[in-house]
Design a protein around this ligand. Structure first.
Ligand SMILES: Nc1nc2c(c(=O)[nH]1)N[C@H]1C(S)=C(S)[C@@H](COP(=O)(O)OP(=O)(O)OC[C@H]3O[C@@H](n4cnc5c(=O)[nH]c(N)nc54)[C@H](O)[C@@H]3O)O[C@H]1N2
Ligand SMILES: Nc1nc2c(c(=O)[nH]1)N[C@H]1C(S)=C(S)[C@@H](COP(=O)(O)OP(=O)(O)OC[C@H]3O[C@@H](n4cnc5c(=O)[nH]c(N)nc54)[C@H](O)[C@@H]3O)O[C@H]1N2
Ligand SMILES: [Mo]
Length: 907
C-alpha cells in the first residue's frame, strides 16, 4: 500500500506502523523508546505526528498505516510539541555534562535553550551498582521502559519492572518491588545478558568497563568465542584495549542478543596471569624462555622422538576454541610432517556420538537446519539439552517461540528452565533415551502417524525399525524410563502431527554408554514422520564449543580428512599430494582415549595439546593424569596455566580470539570471521604461526601470509568448502556449508532433495542399560553438565567478574534426599564413586529428581572428573559423563565455618 509522509510517497505493508514505514523509506523520526527488537510501545512520545483528517498527534510507532494516509512528522505543531517534551524530559534530568547524549542532541536540533521547569521534579537519585557488569543510574533514566521490555521480550527473564507512577516512575530489578523499594539487580533473577543495557537510550544502564575505561573509539566486527551459537559482536576498542562487547544487530544467529559470558565474560583477556612468555619446566621450577628457544625445543624433541620411536609415538589434540585455519594447520602438520592421523579434538568427548549416529543414518553429521528455523517450527523437541544455560541466545529464542504458543516438548531428567516452560516434560531416568524414543516410535506406528510417502521415497530399512518398535509398548517404555504412559503417548502424537517438528539435542543424548544409539533412535523418529529436509524440522545437535564444528570439519579427527573425506579416498590422496607435496597417511589415528592407553603402555612419548584442559575436563582423571605424567615431552599451548599446562614440560602462550584473524564455524554450519581487535600481549604468536614455525624447523615450511590463504587451501582440498573464501565471508551472514562452488550461496537447509547416502537409513537400536546401575554401595546417580555462568574448565570465566555471581560448583540434591541424609544448604559433602572422591557444597534443588544428583565441572578444586569412569559410547568413544553412581558422605567439620558461596540456579 501507499501513503504520504512529509510530502513523499512511501510504500508500506499492511501491519507496518508509520514509524516503520518512514524508517524504511529513509525518513528519520526522533524516538527514544522504539527498538527494532521490541514491540511498539509509545511511551516516549517523541515520534508523534499529525495525520490529515485525524484529531490529535498520535505516536507514529504505535499507529498502523492505512492506504492513502497523509502524515506529517515535521510540521510546526509537531516540532513545537516535541520541543516541549524534550524540555519536560530535561527538567527531570541532571544538568551540564550529565545530560544524556540523545536528549542533548534533540535539544540542540530543536533549538531548545532555556528549560523553564525546575525542581522538585528531578528524578530520585538512586544508583544500582549491584550487578557486577553494569550500573543503573536513575537520574538519567527517562522511564521509557525499554529495559523492562527487553528483559521480557528478548531474553524472557522478566527480571525488571516499572516501579511507582508519575515522577517517581522508574525501572527496577528484583527484590520486593511490589511493596516499595527494590533490592537491585543482584537480588533478582537477572541473568546479565545485557539486553537492557543495549536497549537503554540514555546510558542510565551502562557497562562498568565503559565507566572505568571510557567510551570505545572504534569497533571491530567479530564472533564470540564461547559456545557454538556464534553470536556476532562489535568489539569496542579504545587505546589498544577492548572496553566493551556489543552484540551486532545483523548477527545472523543472535540478532542483537547476547548472554552473560559473551557480553561481559571477555575480561579474562586482561587477567594478570595471562601467559605471556613460553615456560620450560626445569625440575620443580618454570623458567621463562624466548620464543625462538621454545620453537627450537619443540622441533628438536619431536624430531628426536619421531626418529627414535616412529610416528606413532607423537600425537596432537587440537583446540575447538581455536580457528578453522589453526585447526587445519595442526592437522596438516601431523599428516605432512609426522606422517600420521594421530590428531583429535574435544568433539570426542562432546558430540562424537552425534557424528557417528547421524553419519550412519543420514550420511552427514551436522545440524540439518538453521537457528532461524526455530521461528518456523510448529513444535520444538528438546532432547538432553539445556539451551537457556548452554546456548543462552538460542535458548531465549526457544522461550520466545514457546510464549508465542509453539508447543515445546522437553526430554530431560532435570527440571530445566525450558522444562518448566514446556507443554510436556518427559523426566526420564538418565541413560534411557533409546527406550523412550523407541516407545514414542511405537505410538507413532500404532496410531498410523508415519509419513508413508516420505518413508517410501526417501528412506530404507523401515521394516526393520517397525519390527523393533513393535515390542516397545508405552507400558514397557514407562517401566524403563520412569516416564508416565500418557506423556509418552502425548509427546509422540504431538511430534508426529505438528506439521513441522524441529528436534534439537545436546549432551544428554550423546554423553552416554549408548550415545550414538540415542542419536539414531531420534533420527529414526524424524525419518518415520518426515520431519527432515524441510524448513522448521530436522535433527539439530547443539554443538558446544565456538568452533567444535569447524575443528572436525577441517580434519582434526583421526578418522577423516577435511570435509569428512575418507582417508583412503584415492582422488583425495592424489590432490593432497599435489597441494601439500606429501602423501596423505591412510591409517586411522588414535582417538583421545586411545592416546591415554598408548601413553600408559609407553608407546606414545609426546603430546601437543592446544587449548584443551584434559587434566580437568576428561573423565577418569587419575588415569588421564597418569597418562600425561608418563609422557617424555608434553607441550601445552594455552591462554592460562591450566591444570593440563601444570603437567607440561613446555608451555606456550596463546593469542585470544580478540587478538587474531580467522574463522569459526557455528552449530548451524555457518562459517564466520573473527577479526583482530587488539594486539596480543608481549608479542605472543597466534596458534597458527606457532605450528608454521615448528613445521619449518622440522624441514617442512608452511608459509601463509594471512589466515585467508589457509582457508583458500582448505577450499581447494575439501569439496564441502570449495566456494569459501575470505572475500565471500566478509559479510554479516558468513557462509553455511556445504558451499560446493564460488557461486553457490551456501546451504541453510540440508537434505531437501536427497541424502548424501541417497536414501536415509533407519537403524533399529535396542535399549541397553547405562554403564553403571545404582547399588547399595553407590545408591545415587550423578549427572554432570554445565551452568549458565561458567564455561567448561572455567579457565576463562573464573578470571572475570562472573565470580561475583557464581564462585563454586555445587551439588544439587532433591529436598527428600537432603532430609534423609541430614544435609543442609552449604554443607560440604564427599562424593564417592568407584574411582575416587570429590568434595563440594550442597544445594537443595527441585531441578533434580529423588535419587539423582547434578553438578558442574567448572572449578578444578572440585576434582569432579576423578569420579567418572572411562566408560564410553562404543563406536564414537564419547564418554559417559551423564551417568555415574555415587554415594554421599557429610564432611563433619566443626572448626571451619561453611565458606560463603555465590550460587545462582537458573529456574
Ligand atoms: N554456560 C555454558 N555454556 C556452554 C558450556 C559451558 O560449559 N557453560 N559448554 C559448551 C559445550 S562444550 C557444550 S558441548 C554445550 C553443551 O550443552 P548441553 O548439551 O545443553 O549441556 P549439558 O548441561 O551438559 O547437558 C544437557 C542436559 O542433558 C541432560 N541429561 C542428562 N542425562 C540425560 C539423559 O539420559 N537423557 C536426556 N534426555 N537428557 C539428559 C542434563 O540434565 C542437561 O540438562 O554447551 C556449550 N555451552
Ligand atoms: N563432568 C563433565 N566433564 C565434561 C563435560 C561434562 O558434561 N561433564 N563436558 C565435556 C565437553 S562437552 C567438553 S567440550 C570439554 C571441554 O573442556 P575443555 O576444552 O578442556 O575446556 P574449555 O574451557 O573449553 O577450554 C580449554 C582451554 O582452552 C583455552 N583457550 C581458549 N581459547 C584459546 C585459544 O584461542 N588458543 C589456545 N591455545 N587456548 C585457548 C582456555 O584457556 C582453556 O584452558 O569438557 C568435557 N568435560
Ligand atoms: Mo562440548
Amino acid at each position: 500500500m501507499k501513503l504520504e509522509i512529509n510530502g513523499r510517497s512511501v510504500e508500506a505493508s499492511p501491519g507496518d506502523t508509520i514509524y516503520v514505514a518512514a524508517k524504511r523509506a529513509g525518513i528519520a523520526i526522533p524516538a527514544l523508546c522504539t527498538s527494532d527488537h521490541l514491540a511498539p510501545f509509545g511511551s516516549c512520545r517523541m515520534c508523534l505526528c499529525e495525520v490529515d483528517g485525524q484529531h490529535g498527534t498520535p505516536a507514529s510507532c504505535t499507529t498502523p498505516v492505512r492506504e492513502g494516509m497523509v502524515v506529517h512528522t515535521e510540521s510546526e505543531r509537531v516540532r513545537r510539541l516535541r520541543k516541549h517534551l524534550v524540555e519536560l524530559y530535561l527538567s527531570e534530568q541532571p544538568s551540564g555534562d550529565r545530560v544524556p547524549e540523545p536528549l542533548h542532541r534533540l535539544a540542540h536540533a530543536l533549538d531548545l535553550g532555556h528549560v523553564r521547569y525546575t525542581q522538585p521534579a528531578t528524578r530520585v537519585d538512586t544508583v544500582d551498582r549491584s550487578n557486577p557488569f553494569f550500573i543503573f543510574d536513575n537520574a538519567v533514566c527517562i522511564s521509557c521502559a525499554r529495559c523492562v521490555r527487553a528483559c521480557d521480550e528478548i531474553q524472557g527473564t522478566h527480571a525488571l519492572t516499572m516501579l511507582h507512577r508519575g515522577f517517581g516512575s522508574r525501572p527496577t530489578a528484583g527484590g520486593s518491588a511490589l511493596i516499595g523499594e527494590s533490592a537491585g539487580f543482584a537480588s533478582s533473577n537477572c541473568v546479565s545478558c545485557g539486553a537492557c543495557v543495549k536497549e537503554c537510550p540514555t546510558g542510565a544502564l551502562i557497562e562498568k568497563t565503559v565507566i572505568e575505561e571510557g567510551e570505545p573509539l572504534h569497533a571491530v566486527r567479530t564472533t564470540c568465542a564461547y559456545c557454538g551459537v556464534g553470536c556476532s559482536f562489535e568489539a569496542g576498542v579504545r587505546e589498544e584495549r577492548v572496553v566493551r562487547m556489543v552484540p551486532a544487530d545483523d548477527g545472523p544467529s543472535n540478532q542483537g542478543h547476547a548472554c552473560m559470558k559473551g557480553r561481559f565474560g571477555w575480561t579474562y583477556n586482561y587477567a594478570p596471569d595471562r601467559l605471556r612468555t613460553p615456560l620450560l619446566r626445569q625440575g620443580q621450577e618454570w623458567v621463562e624462555i624466548s620464543w625462538s628457544a621454545a620453537l627450537d625445543r619443540i622441533a628438536e624433541e619431536w624430531t628426536r622422538i619421531k626418529s627414535a620411536h616412529g610416528p606413532d609415538a607423537l600425537a596432537t589434540i587440537s583446540s575447538s576454541r581455536g580457528t578453522n585455519e589453526e585447526n587445519y594447520l595442526f592437522g596438516k602438520f601431523m599428516r605432512c610432517v609426522i606422517g600420521s592421523n594421530h590428531i583429535d579434538n574435544c568433539a570426542r568427548v562432546c558430540h562424537s556420538a552425534t557424528v557417528t549416529g547421524m553419519m550412519e543414518t543420514l550420511g552427514a553429521s551436522a545440524a540439518t537446519n538453521s537457528i532461524h528455523d526455530l521461528d518456523l517450527a510448529k513444535l520444538i523437541l528438546v532432547v538432553g539439552a539445556n539451551p537457556t544455560e548452554s546456548h543462552p541466545v538460542l535458548g531465549a529464542r526457544i522461550k520466545r517461540a514457546a510464549r508465542r504458543g509453539v508447543p515445546l516438548v522437553v526430554i530431560d531428567p532435570r527440571r530445566t528452565e525450558l522444562a518448566r516452560l514446556a507443554d510436556l516434560h518427559l523426566q526420564l531416568h538418565p541413560g534411557t533415551n533409546v527406550a523412550l524414543l523407541n516407545g514414542m516410535g511405537h505410538v507413532i506406528v500404532k496410531e498410523h502417524l508415519t509419513d508413508t510417502v516420505f518413508v517410501s521415497n526417501r528412506t530404507q530399512g523401515f521394516d526393520e525399525w517397525l519390527n523393533l518398535v513393535a515390542g516397545c509398548t508405552p507400558e514397557a517404555t514407562s517401566s524403563v524410563t520412569g516416564v508416565p504412559v500418557h506423556l509418552i503417548t502425548e509427546a509422540a502424537r504431538l511430534y508426529a502431527k505438528s506439521g513441522g517438528s524441529m528436534a534439537v539435542h545436546g549432551l544428554g543424548m550423546t554423553e552416554h554408554r549408548w550415545g550414538s544409539h540415542g542419536v539414531m533412535a531420534l533420527v529414526n523418529l524424524a525419518l518415520a514422520t518426515g520431519n527432515i529436509g524441510k524448513p522448521g524440522t530436522g535433527i539439530n545437535p547443539l554443538r558446544g564449543q565456538n568452533n567444535v564444528q569447524g575443528a572436525s570439519d577441517v580434519g582434526c579427527l583421526p578418522t577423516f580428512f577435511a570435509g569428512y573425506q575418507p582417508l583412503t579416498d584415492s582422488t583425495l590422496g592424489a590432490a593432497h599430494l599435489a597441494v601439500t607435496g606429501r602423501p596423505l597417511p591412510t591409517a586411522r589415528g588414535m582417538k583421545t582415549p586411545d592416546m591415554w592407553d598408548a601413553a600408559l603402555a609407553g608407546r606414545l612419548k609426546t603430546l601437543w595439546i592446544i587449548g584443551y584442559d584434559v587434566a580437568q575436563t576428561d573423565p577418569n582423571l587419575k588415569k588421564v593424569h597418569a597418562a600425561l605424567n608418563s609422557l617424555e615431552f608434553l607441550i601445552v599451548q594455552d591462554l592460562f596455566m591450566s591444570e593440563t599446562a601444570k603437567l607440561a614440560h613446555l608451555v606456550i602462550p596463546g593469542a585470544s580470539f580478540l587478538e587474531k584473524d580467522g574463522t569459526f564455524t557455528n552449530l548451524e554450519r555457518r562459517i564466520q570471521r573473527i577479526r583482530k581487535a587488539v594486539e596480543p600481549p608481549n608479542g605472543v604468536l597466534p596458534d597458527w604461526q606457532v605450528v608454521c614455525e615448528v613445521s619449518a624447523r622440522m624441514g617442512y615450511p608452511m608459509q601463509y601470509s594471512h589466515p585467508s590463504a589457509i582457508m583458500d587451501e582448505i577450499a581447494q582440498l575439501a569439496p564441502l568448502f570449495a566456494g569459501v573464501s575470505y572475500d565471500r565471508l566478509d559479510r554479516p551472514e558468513g557462509l553455511q556449508w556445504p558451499v560446493p562452488s564460488t557461486t553457490h550461496p551456501g546451504t541453510a537447509l540440508m537434505h531437501e532433495q536427497s541424502f548424501p547416502k541417497g536414501k536415509a537409513q533407519f537403524v533399529p537400536v535396542e535399549y541397553l542399560p547405562p554403564g553403571e546401575i545404582p547399588s547399595d554401595t553407590y545408591p545415587l546417580v550423578l549427572i554432570t553438565g554445565r551452568i549458565l555462568q561458567h564455561y567448561n574448565c572455567g579457565a576463562q570465566t573464573r578470571r572475570t567478574d562472573i565470580m561475583q555471581v557464581v564462585d563454586t560448583d555445587v551439588l544439587e540434591i532433591h529436598a527428600g534426599d537432603a532430609a534423609r541424609l541430614d544435609l543442609r544448604e552449604g554443607d560440604q559433602v564427599r562424593l564417592i564413586s568407584a574411582r575416587g572422591e570429590a568434595r563440594l557444597p550442597v544445594v537443595v534443588s527441585d531441578r533434580v529428581q529423588p535419587g539423582e544428583l547434578f553438578t558442574s565441572f567448572h572449578f578444578p578444586d572440585t576434582d569432579l572428573n576423578v569420579l567418572l569412569s572411562s566408560s564410553a559410547d562404543e563406536s564414537s568413544k564419547c564418554p559417559e559423563y551423564k551417568v555415574s553412581t555415587v554415594r554421599l558422605e557429610k564432611v563433619t567439620q566443626t572448626a571451619v565455618p561453611a565458606p560463603s558461596m555465590h550460587v545462582m540456579l537458573i529456574t
